[in-house]
Design a protein around this ligand. Structure first.
Ligand SMILES: Nc1nc2c(ncn2[C@@H]2O[C@H](COP(=O)(O)OP(=O)(O)OP(=O)(O)O)[C@@H](O)[C@H]2O)c(=O)[nH]1
Ligand SMILES: [Mg+2]
Length: 646
């Protein structure tokens, strides 16, 4: 692969099954591309990754046992290493078989490219009772060693930090020390290599490989290009072989093997299986490929319980006195403009309070709790593969979960996403997540009149729609820089102070910006009602409401109220039709009811959501969100109307 750009090339190299591809996928995610090595059919994956403002080109090489190629695939991988000369090598090694793995690390040290060791599978090593003293290993090897668990995304951030440091310092590893006689032979041969000789990496590495790879093509080639050097090489090698009474390549291999095991023994303690701490045991369950998802589902359901067991009753409790106040004012102020104004004011203030206290605070508090104990990062990691399908990263999962409670804190929480692109896509998708207000409508209408299975079906359809829209949006918002490197922190007990602080920071954005807009919007609507402008709204909306959707004309104005707060649509609908909830079906047909719910669910996000998108992401995206939701609502409602007709 020719270098087309000036991003540093980082190759992952290591023995087969050391976890290179797992590590690569955890970093590169959905942006990975595969291509063949020039002139071969051997595939490799590569991806541009942005990390802390640096673009890195990461390449996942096929596994190789050593730097002496033994089959075609290894040859291709190594030719890439030798010819393309990456800017940095990440040697991925299996910590549970450290001694054997270090032999190749030693070879890479000789190669002399900037090097970082990813000590992968430390979980397996630990289970085997191998405890690695990382600092000791680093000092023995002279290169940074970063413990990782690729399957759980652990250590990836630290690994990339080390990569950046080594790149910036352009630090190269110091050559290893051979025994005196081998060292002498290497130095001797090094001196014999002429200046114009095509060396690999450095003369020393070339000299070692010349001695070591007797039977390989390398030496046949040498015969042709430099017969006199070949002669000297044979002499040096002969000397070494005579002294050790073994083939030269075995001398080198044995020394390297010996050195690798010495380093292994000095840096590792093999104990009897120790008792594993609670954090690790908890991690085994939380990140379990099956149980992990069951737990995630449980957490998700717990959110629902909080929303409906705490949020809903709290909301009613709050709105009760406000409604009382409205009635009181109605009696004392009559039906004049003053009453309508104060009604609008109460509506706006109450509406904001009914979002903040019952939903916003508990939801954000729970989310901060999950973040604080370290669960959120793990949930994101579990959802990463799934989220990649819709063009996002795993960490978009927490805004979505929040969205089921209330879209407003969900939009604010997209601040945690790394890139603006991810923030935009996630934000555009959030209004399609049925928030508690919409769930109330779905339950009150679909579940009540058609049965719980229809409501569930609606939910499933909704999630499916999210996926489809995600794919479509990620197609439009292509961006060269991906960039999610999850830091998987250790599990720990939560800090109340931290949680309160985070909740408050997020709350501020709503109180200062969205709430005033909500109040103003409510007052404007109240004034409209006073001047009986709703008639005109109904007439203006009738092409959509009556002609396209086949709903009664009077429902037009309920859509406008739905814009203030989604569940207001329900109340306003009953009011507009002039019926009691239980007699709703006398006024409209089942078809109309379904279409109404579908339309209300998907059509423009509520005013608070639009306001918060405006504030957090920008005006254009807020308008785009309104347009997208309206378009999707119209299309889906029309399709459903067509289906129901048939
Ligand atoms: N327990 C544990 N398993 C891991 C870890 N990293 C990778 N694995 C598993 O190890 C196996 C091999 O991982 P790969 O990523 O395919 O290894 P590779 O180095 O790309 O292998 P080759 O491409 O064949 O050289 C997979 O089953 C992974 O799930 C880890 O840190 N801990
Ligand atoms: Mg692989």
């Amino acid at each position: 692969m020719a270098k087309k750009n000036n991003f540093p090339d980082i190759v992952f190299i290591g023995q087969p099954n050391s976890g290179k591809s797992t590590l690569f996928n955890a970093i590169a995610g959905y942006k990975a591309e595969t291509s063949n090595f020039a002139g071969t059919t051997v595939e490799h994956a590569h991806s541009k990754v942005s990390f802390k403002g640096n673009l890195l080109n990461i390449i996942d090489l096929p596994g190789t046992y050593s730097l002496n190629p033994s089959d075609e695939v290894e040859k291709v991988a190594l030719r890439h290493l030798f010819v393309e000369k990456p800017d940095l090598v990440v040697n991925v090694i299996d910590a549970s078989i450290l001694g054997r793995s270090l032999e190749m690390t030693l070879e890479l040290i000789e190669l002399g490219y900037p090097l970082v060791v990813a000590l992968n599978m430390v979980d397996l090593a630990e289970k085997k009772g191998i405890e690695v003293d990382i600092e000791k290993l680093e000092s023995l090897l002279g290169v940074p060693v970063i413990p990782t668990i690729a399957t759980r995304g652990r250590g990836i951030k630290e690994l990339l930090d080390a990569v950046l440091t080594v790149l910036h310092e352009n630090k190269r590893p110091k050559p290893i020390n051979w025994s005196k006689d081998v060292e002498d032979n290497i130095v001797e041969l090094e001196k014999l290599i002429p200046a114009d000789f095509p060396i690999v990496a450095n003369k020393r590495f070339t000299a070692v490989k010349m001695i070591e790879t007797e039977r390989l093509v390398f030496n046949k080639m040498l015969m042709e290009i430099n017969p006199s050097l070949k002669k000297s090489l044979d002499e040096v090698r002969g000397e070494l072989e005579a002294r050790h009474n073994t083939p030269a390549y075995e001398v080198i291999a044995a020394e390297r093997h010996h050195l690798a095991f010495k380093i292994f023994e000095e840096s590792c303690q093999v104990t009897r299986r120790k008792k594993i701490g609670w954090q690790k045991r908890a991690d085994d369950i939380i990140m379990h490929p099956l149980l992990g998802y069951v737990i995630l589902l449980g957490v998700f359901l717990a959110f629902f319980v909080v929303i409906f067991k705490v949020g809903n009753p709290l909301e009613e409790l709050l709105l009760g006195p406000l409604n009382g106040l409205k009635e009181y004012l109605a009696v004392h102020l009559g039906n004049g403009l003053l009453f309508h104004l104060s009604e609008g004011l109460i509506q706006g203030i109450g509406g904001g309070a009914a979002i903040v206290l019952p939903y916003f605070v508990p939801l954000l508090f729970m989310m901060s709790l999950l973040e604080d104990i370290g669960y959120l990062a793990r949930a994101s990691f579990l959802m990463d593969t799934f989220m990649h399908r819709i063009g996002l990263h795993g960490n978009s999962v927490s805004p979505f979960i929040l969205g089921f409670g209330c879209n407003v804190p969900a939009v604010i929480s997209t601040r945690i996403l790394g890139s603006r692109r991810d923030r935009i896509i996630t934000t555009l998708l959030i209004p399609f997540v049925p928030c508690s207000a919409r769930t109330t409508i779905i339950l009150a209408l679909i579940a009540f009149y058609l049965g719980p299975f229809w409501a569930l079906g609606f939910y499933v359809f909704n999630i499916f729609l999210l996926g489809v829209l995600g794919r479509i949006l990620s197609f439009f918002f292509k961006e060269p820089s991906p960039g999610l490197i999850l830091e998987i922190p250790s599990l720990k007990l939560p800090s109340l102070k931290n949680m309160a602080r985070k909740t408050f920071i997020h709350l501020k954005a709503f109180i200062k910006f969205a709430w005033p807009i909500l109040i103003a919007g409510s007052v404007v609507l109240a004034i409209m009602q006073y001047f009986q402008l709703d008639k005109y709204v109904n007439i203006a909306l009738s092409p959509l409401v009556e002609k396209a959707l086949g709903l009664p004309q009077e429902l037009g104005v309920t859509l406008v109220f739905g814009f203030l707060r989604k569940e207001l649509s329900l109340v306003m609908m009953l009011q507009a039709l002039g019926v009691d909830y239980h007699y709703l079906m006398n006024a409209i047909t089942y078809q109309q009811m379904v279409i109404f719910v579908v339309f209300i669910s998907f059509f423009i996000p509520c005013l608070s959501t639009v306001a918060i998108i405006w504030k957090e992401i920008g005006r254009k995206i807020a308008l785009l969100s309104v347009a997208l939701n309206t378009a999707v609502a119209v299309v889906i409602s029309l399709v459903i109307r067509l289906i129901l007709k048939l």
